[in-house]
Ligand binder design. Sequence first.
Ligand SMILES: NCc1[nH]cc(CCC(=O)O)c1CC(=O)O
Length: 303
Amino acid sequence: MKNIRIGTRNSPLALWQAREVARKLQNKNYKTEIVPIVSSGDKNLSQPLYTLGITGVFTKDLDIALLNDEIDIAVHSLKDVPTELPKDITLISVLERDFPQDVLIRNSKSKNIELKDLKIATSSLRRRAFWSKEFPKTEFTDIRGNVQTRLRKLEEGVADATLFSLAGLKRMGLKLDFEYLPFMISAPSQGVIGICGHKDKIEINQLLSEISHSKTQKSIEIERNFLRTLEGGCTAPIGAFAEINENNDVRFIGRICSLDGENCIETDEIFQYNSEENFGEKLAKQVLENGGKELMSIIKMSI
Ligand SMILES: NCc1[nH]cc(CCC(=O)O)c1CC(=O)O
């Protein structure tokens, strides 16, 4: 068999994740090749992007590379992958989730400041809203770029502290002091590496499904169905985390908040998993009935 061409974005985190997938495949004696995709090849496509359902800012270029057959699979941080996938593209595999928590990183001058007084750098609506729910008077500033860039900006003094997914820090081998934040709920699929493929590549998809982690698969299915049912395509402050034990008991925590964190609706349920039921959708519908519908329309108006 030919090399499996693994498409990835070019950032250090994305490349690490692609290598992790390559390692898993090599352990099964498949040959791999990493193909960093720098910019989009949309000029090679015969149809405009919107007719193909291509929407995600982080996933667009890899979707196009898959459709152009420049790569066999695309490796993503699953939390950056929209719940509605483009036509002909499918989520074929997930790796075992690690460290889904959001953690706080302070710059070296802010070690003794109380949480409520910290100026926080984050562009995530979810992180701002959930932090504000706990500490309403917080001042925020935007911060963008990859993990390393953001750490540099933090040390330059754009803010006192920032929030990261612990998975991202661990993958980058960054041994920084961090603090857990029990009041945060992670983004749906946070800490999960997802692999997308082309629907027609049956053989590749079959072998990729062999490395998929089934407990993680069940968790993200619930979290993503929860998100899909709530959002209808918009980016709202939504957290979702499903944990499954050996007996197939699931604990699911979900939350939506207004941007300022003042109005939140939360669900926290324990149930027995079965593949027939769409728990994510069911729990999201409960949230929508409990005032979530009104909250979602307020959020959509303020974005
Ligand atoms: N949107 C950025 C992004 N996408 C995935 C990760 C980290 C890896 C992960 O949590 O899956 C990050 C950085 C962060 O949120 O701190």
